[in-house]
Design a binder for this molecule. Sequence first.
Ligand code: PAF
Length: 280
Amino acid sequence: MEIITSIREMQRWSEARRRERKIIAFVPTMGFLHEGHLSLVREGKRRGDVVVVSIFVNPIQFNQPSDFATYPRNVEQDRRMLEAIATDVLFLPEAAEMYPPGFQTTVEVETVSRPLCGAFRPGHFRGVATVVTKLFNIVKPHLALFGEKDFQQCVVIRRMVQDLNFDLEIITMPTVREPDGLAMSSRNARLSPAERQSSLCLSRALRKAQEVVRQGERRSAVILQVVRDEIAKEPQVRIEYATLANPETLEDVAEVAGPTLLALAAWVGEVRLIDNCILQ
Ligand code: PAF
């Protein structure tokens, strides 16, 4: 696996692969990799000729400095995991080169960035859209892969790619879960054993919601109450939002009348977790 840290060198590498008519698959990450990321890399290998993975803990998408400071990092462990699955390039840009003095251009995807996480993390999706735009211009991929655990991020990026005519395909992959149901996330590493146990109420709440919908319930208010009641059983868990929304527009829906996104965010101690599912 080649490790590239300079933006110009990454661009040259990609230009050379493009001249060879190789399909470049790209998995942008913030590192501390888990099986969810690896599933994206494997799918990238299946669909492309070469796979580039970036690790960059993007300072401008953190709305709390403490969250940026405590975000888990272990590049050496990540490097070994990526090498084991034959990743072609690990791109490790420097913050000083990504955001040099004078940097002032950002990308704002308006409506779909506002609800759900956007309502609680001002500027977060502007930071995501900006860094993803920069990474697309640097890595020049034919396809880019994202995990559906960050459902709103997938919607924001698809919208941006369409609106700004990026010449690439976005592929999203299902959330990968631990055997007990917890959605894999780099942030899970920050949970104490007791918090990790409590956090299982999130995936349990999603399953309960799916169950009541299967039994015929359609009213959002009733379904969301089932979710809130399940989460309330865990005193360590503080719900930030639970919403039923149209999975394309992310607008709230009053009832489940087709595929509907159930998205939630909650604080488990100092750690913010998100999870979601599609109710059919
Ligand atoms: O999902 C993530 O890890 C990040 O938001 C991303 C897409 C790598 C941008 O920093």
